[in-house]
Design a protein around this ligand. Structure first.
Ligand code: OGA
Ligand code: MN
Length: 220
């Protein structure tokens, strides 16, 4: 049953994340705010304010073969109106996730992202399982949330998020879904949420510019 991972509201979203480790919700933000955020990316890019995205623990390794997007980190203390709407939705989500999953999510870091046509992001995981080699009590990414901003995206434009469901953690085998990966089209207003240390994923190249707002809830 492939619609099992779709949620109609934040309550459903949280219970599906609890059950399966991931979830997809359409119309998480209004079309007007989706468009406003999309326009912000266009403007930032025109003014050369987007930076090449890094990889690695300190996000300081630029490797265009691995990841081809340009990004802009949001500053929660100086939001635009559309960002404010996004942040307040995310705050509701954070509170609800904490209530149900007891994760102690205390902050959000988020960036706008632009993948120009033909670029993508190779298979990766947003956080490696906690290792004793690294100091504890550091903020780490616990939940990945990707909001898509292309209003009239067509399936044939590509650019899917490929989410690998055969995670290392067998309890997260997402029982109702009998396939190993799921391709999620980046439709404007759609939010994808998944556990950062559980799901490998990749961004497939698109035929058009692909815009998104990625957020990570942090824990210690
Ligand atoms: C990321 C990422 C996926 C997407 O930014 O780490 O995997 O669909 N993004 O944009
Ligand atoms: Mn990622």
């Amino acid at each position: 049953m492939l619609t099992n991972y779709l949620a109609l509201n934040i309550d459903q979203l949280v219970s599906k994340v609890t059950e399966h480790g991931f979830c997809v919700m359409d119309d998480f933000v209004t079309p007007a705010n989706t468009l406003a955020l999309s326009n912000e990316i266009t403007l930032l890019n025109d003014h050369l304010q987007m930076q090449e995205a890094g990889t690695g623990r300190a996000h300081n390794i630029i490797n265009n073969q691995l990841r081809g997007d340009v990004i802009y980190w949001l500053n929660e203390s100086h939001p635009t109106l559309a960002q404010q709407a996004y942040f307040s939705q995310m705050e509701i989500l954070r509170a609800s996730l904490n209530q149900h999953l007891y994760l102690g999510l205390f902050a959000l870091e988020s960036h706008l992202a632009l993948y120009t046509a033909g670029t993508g992001y190779k298979k990766h995981i947003d956080r490696f399982k906690v290792s004793s080699k690294y100091p504890t009590n550091q903020p780490v990414r616990q939940i990945s949330c990707i909001l898509y901003l292309n209003q009239d995206w067509l399936a044939e434009n590509g650019g899917e998020l490929r989410l690998y469901l055969n995670s290392a953690d067998e309890t997260m085998y997402v029982a109702p879904i009998d396939r190993l990966s799921l391709d999620i089209s980046p439709l404007g207003g759609r939010l994808v949420v998944f556990l950062s240390d559980t799901f490998y994923h990749e961004v497939l190249p698109a035929t058009q510019d692909r815009k998104s707002l990625t957020g990570w809830f942090l824990t210690r």
